[in-house]
Design a protein around this ligand. Structure first.
Ligand code: BGC
Length: 752
């Protein structure tokens, strides 16, 4: 009876929750019911198990391959990751739908993070474009290429907010801000899955086999790891979790993301893969998510090492009860779920529910209609790395570049420059600039910085290339050649930074300095007195205080993908006027970390001339470059910030307008940014919060009015009782070119 009441109570909560995702298709649910009714416990566990096959069309026959084939035949595999290629995916699929008892198709997943064969800029770079349409378009291209090669599911977008640049995975996300992160998360989900994924309109599957299932990861707060050490402990309040780390996941779910991945970390003592509050309470009951959750790689097995389960069987029970539906690579579900049900340790209905969610996505992908609809050799040949895809990669790379400094208009350089030195370990690199998680990206498709520069300059220009040093290591043997090249030249382009392997998973750094002897190289070249343009390639903010003070021009290019050289040359020689803005704060030194723009005020706000304030005595309290910062070759002026009301009720929206003038001598794009500050509340609020942005194009001399709408949603906060409300009081509004250079106005929310 007690149990019944509980079930009823849960149903009631579910019924009153506004479902973010669309209602289920009753026809499909019935089909799933009848499949589940016929499945054995072992077959159910099989559907919840995923294995990394590590195979493609060229893989030779091997005992491992035969073993996987046997497992598929026995119904032990619900999904493979790291298997791609039309031939092999179709062959495994054939075994599943013809030779296994239940004939349920397999779903093939892969990490398609920033492109498949056409590699785009890393996500942190694309976030610098502040252009969600571009991000969506690139994700759709990645989906087209991957689906043609048999892939149906990507483990992306990575939507973890990251405020610690020591954490290598900062490269995979959209930076430090929940609003920007949410916009980018939704854009990527739309791009991968297509607009129609969640709009089945009485159909069982979405339209096209050119889009793939998205997976928002890593749920949740993985980026808040202590000390920026990957996989490390997270201890944040429920408020910070909900206000900072969850919004991009919620945005992804609202955009229709079919799957999520549980993160490796714990939050306040509970590892995500055992966290029922997160996986069921928030995700299903509050947000109405009806897709499935896959664990991260062996994350269920790792519950034991976390110290929350005594053995593997208990780990499996904890995870399935929490709401983790599929076990990536761990084998624990396959091994233990049937036994746990038989021993009465978990309920079969929990297993059935997980199977239902997995099958639901297989139906949505259309795999029951046509298990071979993904994987299309003809389309693969026609489309992969095709001209429109490469053009998109160039556009993305241009818009991802952030101009950090440009004293005395060193940039753009003249194409007719007589002698140009191109120096640095990354200047002619074709490997690292594909960044971490490069899909099937291949260096042979890359345009290096040097190649791009050579194409851009006049035929008479003499280019002298010197590597100077390696990315890592102590050798200065190459310095002499580099110095000689610089001395003979009219200007120097110096390309330095990190290797691709220095960011991404398990690539945390304790220092944010340029690795190896690169800073010494920058200093030596600067001493020649030649105009130096520093080009950075890296997966995280770097502490480049010396460079920011002494080098006249600095270009942040992150890892830009296959079109790096062409995009860089376009910016360096003025074919493209840079428009990127930082999605993450650049600290002066690693000691300032964590440093982010939407911090709290404290009772003693930092004041560099007052001792007893919140600051370091050996550093200015400001960052090196603030959030939202990025220069252009033209100049934008903001004026006339105005609101359409002085007072509003908590249920009202208010509109904000500002005039932006291109006051310089070139056409250009600007990202106009809108921030608010809720002055006083039942709990403290950040000094600034991004609430809107618009990327606009302005001809030289042109003025445009940019308008934003602040809705109750954008003005709301979690009050002292953790309720989402708009509290009466004064709000400041800031609009400008970055989070620091802003115009200010204010309005008041009054109680009804
Ligand atoms: C990573 C995930 C990735 C998975 C599969 C894990 O190690 O944390 O982000 O999707 O591997 O490759």
């Amino acid at each position: 009876m007690k149990k019944l009441i509980r079930i009823f109570a849960i149903a009631l909560v579910a019924a009153v929750t506004t479902h973010a995702q669309l209602p289920l298709n009753p026809k499909v649910e019935q089909k799933i019911d009848s499949l589940i009714a016929k499945m054995t416990l072992d077959e159910k566990a099989g559907q919840l198990s995923q294995y990394s096959g590590g195979m493609d069309d060229n893989s030779p026959e091997s005992p491992e391959k035969s073993n996987y084939e046997m497992m598929v035949k026995e119904g032990k595999v619900g999904s493979f990751l790291n298997v791609h290629g039309v031939k092999i995916t179709h062959e495994l699929q054939r075994i599943a739908v013809e030779e296994s008892r239940m004939k349920i198709p397999i779903i093939f997943g892969l990490d398609v993070i920033h492109g498949y064969r056409t590699v785009f800029p890393i996500p942190l770079a694309e976030a610098s474009s502040w252009n969600p349409d571009l991000v969506e378009h690139d994700a759709s291209i990645a989906a087209r290429e991957a689906s043609a090669d048999g892939i149906q599911w990507t483990f992306a977008p990575m939507v973890d907010i990251a405020r610690d640049p020591r954490w290598g995975r900062i490269a995979e996300g959209s930076g430090e801000d929940p609003y920007l992160g949410s916009v980018m998360a939704a854009a990527r989900v739309r791009g991968f899955q297509g607009e129609n994924f969640d709009q089945p309109k009485n159909r069982e599957a979405f339209d096209s086999a050119t889009t793939i299932l998205a997976c928002a990861k890593h749920f949740a707060a993985y980026g808040a790891a202590e000390g920026g050490r990957d996989y490390n402990t997270v201890d944040i309040s429920e408020r910070t979790l909900r206000e900072v780390y969850l919004p991009p996941f919620h945005a992804a779910v609202k955009a229709g993301a079919g799957t999520l991945m549980s993160s490796f970390n714990e939050i306040a003592g509970v590892p995500s893969s055992a966290n029922r509050h997160l996986m069921t309470g928030i995700l299903r009951n509050e947000w109405g998510f009806n897709g499935f959750v896959v664990s991260d790689w062996t994350a269920i097995t790792e519950l034991h090492l976390h110290g929350i389960s005594a053995d593997d069987a208990q780990s499996a029970a904890l995870a399935i009860n929490a709401g983790v539906d599929m076990d990536m690579e761990g084998s624990l579900y396959l091994k233990y779920l049937p036994m746990l049900v038989k021993e009465g340790k978990i309920s079969e209905s929990v297993v059935n529910e997980a199977v239902r969610r997995v099958l639901r996505m297989k139906f949505k992908l259309g795999l029951f209609d046509d298990p071979y609809r993904y994987g299309d050799s003809k389309r693969e040949k026609a489309e992969t790395l095709s001209a429109p895809f490469i053009a998109a990669a160039l556009n993305a790379a241009r818009q991802s570049i952030v101009l950090l400094k440009n004293d005395s208009n060193v940039l753009p350089l003249k194409k007719s420059i007589k002698t140009l030195a191109v120096i640095g370990p990354l200047a002619n690199d074709a490997y690292d600039l594909l960044g971490p998680w490069r899909g099937l990206g291949d260096s042979s498709n890359v345009v290096t910085a040097l190649q791009g520069i050579k194409k851009a300059v006049s035929q008479k220009t003499k280019i002298i290339y010197a590597r100077g040093c390696d990315i890592l290591g102590n050798s200065k043997a190459g310095f002499n050649d580099a110095l000689a090249a610089a001395k003979k030249s009219d200007a120097v382009i110096l390309v330095v930074g990190e290797s691709a392997a220095m960011s991404g998973e398990a690539s945390s750094r304790s220092s944010l300095d340029l690795p190896g002897v690169q800073e010494e190289l920058v200093k030596a070249i600067s001493e020649t007195g030649k105009p130096v343009v520093l080009v950075l390639m890296n997966g995280r903010p770097l502490s480049i205080s010396w460079e920011a003070e002494h080098v006249p021009a600095i270009v942040e290019s992150w890892f830009l993908g296959v079109q790096t050289g062409n995009a860089l040359a376009d910016v360096l020689f003025g074919n493209y006027n840079p428009s990127g803005k930082l999605p993450v704060t650049f600290p002066r030194t690693v000691g300032q970390v964590p440093i982010y723009y939407d911090h709290k005020n404290t009772g003693r706000p930092a004041n560099d001339t007052v001792k007893y304030t919140s600051r370091y005595i050996d550093l200015p309290s400001t960052p090196l470059f603030p959030f939202g910062y990025g220069l252009s070759y033209t100049k934008f002026e903001y004026s006339g910030l105005r609101l359409n009301a002085e007072k509003i009720f908590p249920t009202d929206s208010i509109s904000v307008s500002v005039d932006v003038k291109n006051a310089g001598a070139r056409d250009g794009e600007e990202v106009a940014q809108l921030y608010i500050r809720d002055e006083y509340g039942s709990v403290t609020r950040p000094v600034e919060e991004l609430k809107g942005f618009k990327k606009i194009f302005l001809k030289k001399g042109e003025t445009k009015t940019v308008s934003f709408l602040l809705t109750p949603e954008s003005l709301s906060m979690l009050n002292i009782n953790m309720k989402k409300v708009v509290e009466p009081g004064v709000f400041k509004v800031f609009a400008g070119t970055n989070s620091v250079d802003v115009k200010e106005a204010s309005f008041e929310v009054v109680a009804k």
